[in-house]
Design a protein around this ligand. Structure first.
Ligand code: MLT
Ligand code: MN
Ligand code: ZN
Length: 306
């Protein structure tokens, strides 16, 4: 299975349009020291031809050209090519779902999400009804703890399966209810190759249940939103801690790094990185600590095979 990181920043991207925190300043003045990043999303493929988009970010239009185009030569008369087979969602947060409406020109889309996420998209953000005004959207519910086959646009099994598992976290602020399954991690497995990827861009606590799921994966992409629990408080940007926002910090008591660094997965990457997080600085001590632990900092365009 091929994995491409299309975007690796948290909501707002990096630098964020209205932010002049120390890291955003470096991204503007010296981008070689802090690479700009688009909002988090990945694509996975069993064959480098059929791609499944996981989370549809507001930056999807500039992200999809990172995937291979239609096989050359494009047959005469072909005027449209949709480069993805389906969209999978971990939650209904705006930075993960606004791209759905931006893909409306596809005419037909397939969406995999949990019942709770589908509910928020239908009733609260109304991204599903809005998208359906332009394209037919086939919705496939992802049950928790049960792998289901990912099907391509032609209706054939792709060879990939996905299994959702619940993680601690807050539902989107605009959600009218808080149903279990509003935020999940995904295990994507290549049935033929045997490789398993864990994608967990938002996670409020790396508890024993989540750790058990991550131990099943050969590659782990995990919530790297904040370095410290009080990161935004210390910068005077917010009064909320990382945990209060549904993101376990990397460092500090109960931080994720100790567990992520000890996972058996050969590839361990932080993604969904907030613009304030000093791991974004190529030469920071925080970056050095991750390097020493063998954990990568996600960068747009990073790709690997699982
Ligand atoms: C989050 O990751 O907590 C949300 O994306 C926050 C937001 O949408 O501003
Ligand atoms: Mn987010
Ligand atoms: Zn910033």
């Amino acid at each position: 299975m091929r994995v491409v990181l299309l975007g690796t920043a948290a909501g707002g991207g990096f630098p964020q349009w209205n932010c002049w925190c120390p890291t955003c300043r470096v991204a503007r003045s010296d981008p070689s020291r802090a690479h700009p990043r688009t909002q988090s999303s990945i694509a996975v493929s069993p064959d480098d031809v059929r791609w499944f988009l996981i989370n549809a970010s507001p930056d999807v239009r500039e992200q999809l050209p990172r995937l291979p185009g239609p096989r050359d030569p494009v047959p005469d008369g072909v005027t449209r090519h949709v480069p993805i087979e389906a969209v999978l969602l971990t939650d209904a947060e705006l930075d993960h779902s606004v791209g759905l409406a931006l893909l409306r020109e596809a005419r037909a889309l397939t969406l995999y999400a949990t019942a709770a996420t589908i509910d928020v998209l239908e009733r609260d953000s109304r991204l599903l009804p809005t998208t359906r005004a332009f394209a037919s959207v086939a919705v496939r519910e992802m049950p928790e703890g049960q792998p289901i086959a990912l099907v391509d646009r032609a209706g054939a099994a792709s060879g990939l399966t996905v299994e959702a598992f619940a993680v601690a976290g807050d539902p989107p602020r605009f959600a009218s209810t808080c149903r279990p399954g509003h935020t999940v991690g995904l295990l994507v497995r290549d049935e033929a190759g045997g490789g398993t990827l864990a994608y967990v861009p938002g996670c409020g606590a790396l508890d024993a249940g989540v750790e058990r799921q991550l131990r099943r994966a050969d590659a782990v992409l995990f919530d790297g939103t904040f370095w410290r629990d009080d990161e935004l408080v210390a910068l005077g940007i917010s009064t909320s801690t990382a945990r209060a926002m549904g993101h376990v910090p990397i460092d500090g008591p109960g931080g994720s790094l100790r567990i992520i660094a000890a996972l058996p997965a050969a590839t361990r990457v932080y993604t969904h990185i907030n613009n304030t997080n000093r791991i974004l600085l190529e030469d920071s001590p925080q970056r050095g600590a991750l390097s020493a632990a063998g954990v990568l900092v996600g960068d747009d365009g990073l790709a690997f095979t699982v």
